[in-house]
Design a protein. Structure first.
Ligand SMILES: [Zn+2]
Length: 702
């Protein structure tokens, strides 16, 4: 594709001529023919140039090699944003982030944006997804159109590398996916599998940990390859492989230290934008027109994946798709045609108050819009190290104009609901454990290029990341000292005060936490999550009136903030107002019916009011989400004892003694339940056991 030289526009987009071409190339599946099963595999954080199929010799990756040998591989693929949630949204909708509304690590897919899964459902498919990380929870909207969306991250079975990691390793994802496929063997299906492992921290299981001791990122890649190999092998055994369309790709790359960025999301250099893309097309769809093992040099984008799937299945690309079907390219019919690639990141702006970044690239040049804009000659300088914008400003302007045209063309006419929203404190904690900062710096959504350039802030950013890593490994004092250093240099950054407040809170220094959350609100008065954290810190400091004042202010600002209502319930209960506490928790569980802590508290407040019926109902509901919770079962046993429902009390007490055999209270309630049923012998034995475990539990007179 070296048809141009720097400075000469070479780029021709002949959109109209090619639009209908793909669907004619491969004949449609007639209505009488069975539908083709489709599997979409997205491996998180997978740099194309860290796969053997892309020329990297330091890994083996036999499963991906085999897939590439059978399929059609795109050599030059750019994602539209280096952030997991919005990038997956672009893959699964074929639209740009500024259109579908997801532009950050959290948010909500804009209402009315159609998804590929919905399209498959319309075609008569069963649709299933298994995701490997809580950054893709269904609450963000990507589950739209899936009959089955496995994003339940129980505390058991997930990878516990830190105190609260919320990641499911590839072997679990594959097991869950196979379980779903097994039930769908007589029905056409669309399955999306998301493997999270190459995302940091890089901690592959054995034997990959030993084999890749000095290159743990590659070890994770080798691990997911082995699991993919297992998955394909089972599909073959079930006779499902041969006729399936398999799409293999990623949501973004990983900087691995290039440009001083360790991971991804902050910059939009190619190391975090270039991903692999392979379509393994079954013979009945390919009809001899696509050659196995072919490699396509044309530049394409992740918004092109969804329309290509539609074309390969013999369907017209739907009008809402913003990418292009690539089937003609796959057949070698569009040589020298490259699709201009747009990318963006709002991560620096949303979380740090620095400028967002936007880019537009051809295979030869790349323009990055920033307060100090950049232009790179990718042919001479693939590492994007020499900014040549000063000498090539005309070329930069051309690319910039194309970028503006694209943004204008695909912007939503009526944005409506969705997009960035503030998240609660628990979500911030969870995302932090995944290495993301989810605190909003506040300010208008459109403000941009007048903010500091992220390039000039990379050292501060890296210091903050260091603090996050220390925090998540429990080294909170060290995290505090880094954060204080940053706060000294950048006193007006709300996120630094917020992070400091969180560290102090976890260290039990609640008054210091109060101070930092006050500072956060000083520089970002809109932050309700800071308000919530302030109220919580007041409460833990024993300043109940202050806590109540702040939490009531927060509820006035945001009446549906269930976290705030839950906190208010705690405050009211502390004052002895159980009636008020019950009212608040009833509101909470109505909106969050699986919030175990709220249900458990609702039960306990009800017990205090003597409403054992309401208590038992709340505990039973809590057990649906937390069947192994000893605390809930103990409380439920008590509620049943109070209700004189001894058989049910016995059942709960037995469960408690099974789950926690050393807990004296469980045996004590067991004794009471036996006694209630007139089984005095069993009762005596249970009371004796309780006393043995804890002398406080003296057996009552029988
Ligand atoms: Zn990702």
């Amino acid at each position: 594709m070296r048809i141009s030289s720097l400075g000469k526009p070479y780029f021709i987009l002949i959109l109209v001529c090619w639009l209908g071409f793909g669907s004619n190339l491969i004949a449609g599946q007639g209505d009488t023919k069975p539908l083709t099963n489709v599997v979409l595999v997205t491996v998180d954080t997978l740099r194309a140039d860290h796969l053997r199929a892309y020329g990297y010799e330091a890994v083996k990756t036999p499963a991906i090699n085999a897939l590439a040998a059978e399929g059609v591989l795109f050599e030059n693929v750019i994602v539209q944003t280096p952030i997991t949630l919005p990038s997956h949204a672009s893959i699964l909708t074929g639209t740009y982030p500024f259109y579908h509304g997801l532009q950050d690590v959290v948010g909500r897919l804009r209402d009315g944006v159609p998804t590929l899964a919905e399209w498959f459902k319309e075609q008569g498919y069963a649709t299933g997804a298994v995701v490997g990380s809580s950054v893709l929870l269904s609450q963000w909207g990507l589950s739209r159109g899936f009959d089955f969306y496995e994003d339940n991250f129980p505390t058991q079975g997930i990878r516990q590398v830190d105190f609260s990691r919320v990641e499911r390793p590839a072997n679990h994802v594959i097991d869950l996916a196979l379980r779903w496929v097994e039930g769908k063997r007589d029905q056409p299906f669309f399955l999306w599998i998301h493997l999270y492992d190459p995302h940091d921290p890089y901690e592959p299981p054995e034997p990959f940990a030993s084999q890749y001791r000095d290159q743990p990122y590659d070890g994770e890649v080798e691990f997911i390859d082995s699991e993919l190999g297992r998955f394909f092998e089972v599909l073959k055994q079930w006779g499902l492989y041969q006729d399936s369309l398999i799409v293999f790709t990623s949501d973004h790359g990983e900087s691995l230290g290039e440009h001083k960025e360790k991971y991804h999301a902050y910059y939009i250099y190619d190391c975090s934008l270039r991903i692999p893309l392979v379509f393994r097309v079954p013979p009945h769809l390919s009809r001899g027109q696509l050659s196995s093992g072919s490699r396509i040099p044309n530049q394409v984008r992740s918004v092109d994946i969804a329309p290509t799937v539609m074309q390969l299945l013999g369907k017209q690309v739907t009008e809402w798709i913003q990418g292009e079907g690539l089937v003609a390219m796959m057949a070698g019919k569009r040589p020298n045609i490259h699709l201009g690639a747009y990318a963006e990141t709002h991560y620096p702006r949303i979380h740090f108050g620095w400028s967002p970044l936007f880019s537009y690239s051809t295979p030869d040049q790349k323009y990055i819009e920033a307060p100090i804009s950049e232009l790179y000659d990718l042919k001479q300088d693939s590492g994007e190290l020499q900014n040549i914008i000063e000498t090539e400003s005309a070329l930069a302007n051309q690319l910039k104009n194309r970028m503006y045209e694209l943004q204008k063309k695909y912007a939503p006419v009526n944005p409506g609901a969705g997009g960035t929203e503030e998240v609660d404190a628990a979500t911030i904690e969870r995302l932090k454990s995944l290495g993301y900062v989810a605190f909003s710096a506040g300010g208008a959504a459109d403000s941009g290029l007048d903010l500091p350039d992220p390039k000039l802030k990379i050292d501060t950013y890296n210091r903050l990341n260091q603090a996050i890593e220390l925090s998540r490994t429990g080294e909170r004092e060290a995290a505090v000292s880094i954060l204080r250093e940053v706060a000294g240099k950048e006193p007006e950054m709300p996120i630094v005060h917020f992070m400091l407040g969180s560290e102090y809170f976890h260290l039990g220094l609640f008054l210091k936490a109060v101070e930092e959350f006050q500072q956060t609100l000083k520089y970002n008065p809109e932050s309700n999550v800071a308000r919530f954290s302030l109220a919580r810190s007041y409460l833990r400091s024993g300043l109940i009136d202050k806590a109540e004042g702040v939490v009531r202010e927060l509820i006035t600002l945001e009446p549906a903030n269930y976290g705030a209502r839950h906190l208010l319930a705690t405050i009211l209960a502390k004052r002895g107002d159980y009636q008020g506490a019950v009212q608040e928790e009833l509101f909470v569980v109505e909106h969050r019916p699986s919030y175990v802590e709220a249900l458990n508290n609702l039960g306990s407040y009800s017990l205090n009011l003597g409403d054992n019926q309401q208590a038992s109902e709340a505990y039973l509901q809590a057990l649906q989400s937390a069947p192994n919770s000893v605390m809930v079962r103990v409380n439920l046993a008590l509620a049943f004892l109070n209700l004189r429902q001894f058989e049910k009390a016995l059942e709960q007490a037995q469960a408690v003694t099974r789950l926690a055999p050393e807990l004296a209270l469980g045996h004590y309630y067991l004794g009471q339940a036996y006694r209630g049923q007139g089984m005095d012998g069993e009762a005596s034995a249970a009371f004796l056991k309780a006393k043995e475990l804890d002398p406080k539990f003296d057996a009552p007179n029988l």
